[in-house]
Write a new protein. Structure first.
Length: 276
């Protein structure tokens, strides 16, 4: 499949599609360099990385190999979405991770993963998709980096009960495509780690819903290739409250993100990291 059109839509819950899988080659000169209404992170968010896979069998060396986004949550543990690590030609695909802010920069560092695991309940319950995975990295490979934190149990429920969510802004970080906001949908990609903000929409038992209609809110969102990436409250950019899972197909209206503060998420993640 040509790199420029390698966008795979994975059907998931709520009748929408996953914001996942390889977004292809860089856009033409002058195309937007952001996710939805956002901007490149530069050196900010250094513990957010890209999940890479050698799609073409020619080695992993740049943004053409991006499949999803994820976050370092322990020195050897990289958090992403379950749908990012399943469905490959082999049951044991070899993944790589890069924390380079620009995946098309010359000589980027890639880390060869030692394995991965995903929630065994993934995909069995449409109400609770269990869409979490961890990718294991070699000891010492992230020396000097500060892992991101996970939310404590029931964190978003507590905020909601205290009326702290209705006007909250959330920060999105990922390597995925942008989305054209008018006319026929288009999904330019430049390999940059980008960030944007989204307004709160709804809280469900396993899902955080955010708005990303920039015409209505003046904010932004996420798109293909951002799956598995972190969602932060904009007031705390060190604690992952959810990970990108689903969104509407043209990336123009809403995004639904899998909460990390629920019992089911913590039951899976607690096998690999120490939870707050």
């Amino acid at each position: 499949m040509p790199k420029s059109v390698r966008i795979v839509l994975v059907a998931v819950s709520l009748g929408v599609a996953a914001c996942a899988d390889n977004p292809g080659a860089p856009p033409a000169s002058g195309a937007p360099s952001y996710i939805v209404n956002g901007a490149p992170t530069g050196a900010s968010f250094p513990s957010v990385g890209g999940l890479l896979f050698d799609f073409d069998g020619n080695g992993v060396y740049n943004g053409n190999d991006l499949t999803c986004t994820g976050s370092l949550i322990a020195p050897t543990v990289f958090l992403t979405a379950a749908h990012c690590v399943v469905g490959y030609p082999t049951p044991t695909p070899q993944f790589y991770v890069s924390f380079a802010p620009d995946l098309y920069a010359s000589g980027i560092t890639t880390i060869k993963a030692t394995g991965f695991a995903f929630d065994p309940a993934f995909g069995h319950d449409q109400a609770n998709l269990h869409d979490l995975a961890v990718v294991f990295l070699p000891a010492g490979s992230t020396a000097g980096m500060t892992p991101l934190k996970l939310a404590r149990a029931g964190y978003l429920d507590d905020l909601s009960a205290r009326g702290k969510l209705s006007k909250a802004l959330f920060t999105n970080v990922g390597y995925g495509t942008s989305s054209t906001q008018t006319g026929q949908p288009g999904f330019p990609y430049d390999g940059l780690r980008n960030t944007s903000q989204s307004e709160f929409m709804a809280l469900q038992p396993f899902w955080l819903g955010l708005l990303m209609n920039n015409h209505a809110t003046g904010q932004g969102g996420d798109c293909y290739g951002d799956s598995g990436g972190p969602k932060f409250l904009s007031s705390d950019l060190t604690t992952i409250v959810a990970t990108v899972t689903t969104g509407d197909v043209p990336c123009r209206a809403t995004t639904w993100d899998y909460r990390t503060d629920t019992r089911s998420a913590r039951d899976f993640l607690g096998q690999y990291v120490t939870l707050p």
